[in-house]
Write a protein that binds this ligand. Structure first.
Ligand SMILES: Nc1ncnc2c1ncn2[C@@H]1O[C@H](COP(=O)(O)OP(=O)(O)O)[C@@H](O)[C@H]1O
Ligand SMILES: [Mg+2]
Length: 355
């Protein structure tokens, strides 16, 4: 069953359409990511789901219950959702346990019940030993886990997380990502996780909704977003995809005949005959010996940087900059200006609006 359903939801501000006709469903218990650049409308969607904003058009339902739209409006306090923000918003003068307990007040729970829930939530986020500490005595990652525990203790069906890892350093972010995955699996709660970082979204989510300028670009599992981006924006945003301009010569059955800088290739894709983009990741190309033959691309090294144990070379394809450039991994450092030959191992073709 869908736990959250948005149907043609729009939200306008006086000078801006923040959310533009967005529809999607979040299945019960899933880890759902909302991904997109800053300002694309992610927080606004979370606030609409939470009931902190009202849509100008469209319907929102939680489970079988309409909460916004023609069916009337249910306020945030009656939606039964948990929220976790980038800023942890913990009370500095209270202990960790008291911070979690605070969220349980006014719910008609007995003292013993509350104590048990605080204990369970701390256990779930791995902070059983830290209950008596105050927030300033914790690391950033621990504080964020307290914020998550505070939400979990209420046992909501849905937890909305708005860039919860953005304040953490890169190493801690990795650790916390793994923790979030584990906690989600254990708590069996629906997570809606907002981030501008594709690595975070791709690492954990069952489904990723990619947003751009208020619109939903694509909704798919991470593997599909990566392998078959639906638009140039998704191709660029997810997995550092590079786009090369060429032409689709023939098309059918999920594959295309593609011409790029005087070479022709058979590449996967669903684009009509005409101008096209070839989306290439570093893993789609390989440095090859020798030139000339059909399924090879010729180019020049325009950049080289050491990354993850390899040298990532940026290669401009063709003589001018008109076609575009692509990254390729190499065991050796590249020399700027060096002529290289690339073999294609993969790729994905998209339609290109004629200039
Ligand atoms: N209360 C508001 N009043 C006016 N404009 C807003 C308001 N909230 C958000 N916006 C605008 O709506 C757009 C989407 O914002 P937001 O949902 O916060 O994006 P994101 O979370 O993806 O960075 C932005 O251009 C932002 O400036
Ligand atoms: Mg935001």
């Amino acid at each position: 069953m869908a736990n959250i359903r948005l149907e043609s939801v729009s939200k306008r501000y006086p000078d801006k359409v923040a959310v533009d006709n967005v529809s999607f469903e979040v299945p019960n218990g899933s880890f759902f990511a909302l991904l997109g650049p800053s300002g694309c409308g992610k927080t606004t969607i979370l606030r609409l789901i939470a009931g902190l904003e009202r849509p100008d058009a469209g319907e929102i339902a939680l489970g079988a219950r309409p909460v916004a739209g023609r069916g009337g409006f249910v306020g945030p306090e009656h939606r039964g959702l948990g929220m976790v923000f980038q800023s942890y918003a913990l009370w500095p003068h209270m202990t960790v346990a008291a911070n979690i307990d605070f969220g349980l007040a006014g719910r008609g729970l007995s003292r013993a019940d509350r104590r048990r829930r605080v204990h369970e939530a701390l256990d779930l986020v791995g902070l059983s030993a830290e209950g008596a500490r105050r927030p300033h005595q914790l690391s950033g990652g621990q504080r964020q886990r307290v914020a998550l525990a505070r939400s979990l203790a209420v046992r909501p069906e849905i937890i909305l997380l708005d860039e919860p890892l953005a304040n953490l350093d890169a190493h801690l972010r990795q650790t916390m990502l793994a923790e979030f995955g584990r906690i989600h699996a254990q708590a069996k709660t629906t997570f809606v996780f907002v981030t501008h970082d594709q690595n975070e979204a791709m690492a954990l989510a069952d489904q990723v909704a990619v947003m751009d300028r208020g619109r939903l670009q694509q909704l798919a599992p991470p593997e599909e977003l990566f392998a078959r981006p639906a638009s140039p924006m998704v191709a660029r945003f997810v997995g550092q995809g590079r786009l090369l301009a060429g032409d689709v010569l023939a098309s059918g059955e999920g594959t295309t005949r593609f011409r790029l800088d005087n070479a022709e290739f058979q590449v996967e894709g669903r684009a009509p005959v005409g101008p096209g983009w070839l989306c290439l990741r570093a893993r789609d190309v390989q440095l090859a010996k020798g030139g000339g033959s059909g399924e090879r691309l010729n180019g020049r090294v325009v950049g080289s940087r050491f990354e993850g144990g390899d040298h990532r070379l940026t290669v401009q394809v063709g003589e001018t900059g008109a076609v575009g450039s692509v990254d390729v991994l190499s065991p050796q450092r590249g020399t700027i200006g060096e002529a290289v030959c690339l073999a294609l191992r993969g790729g994905w073709v998209l339609a290109r609006e004629a200039a």
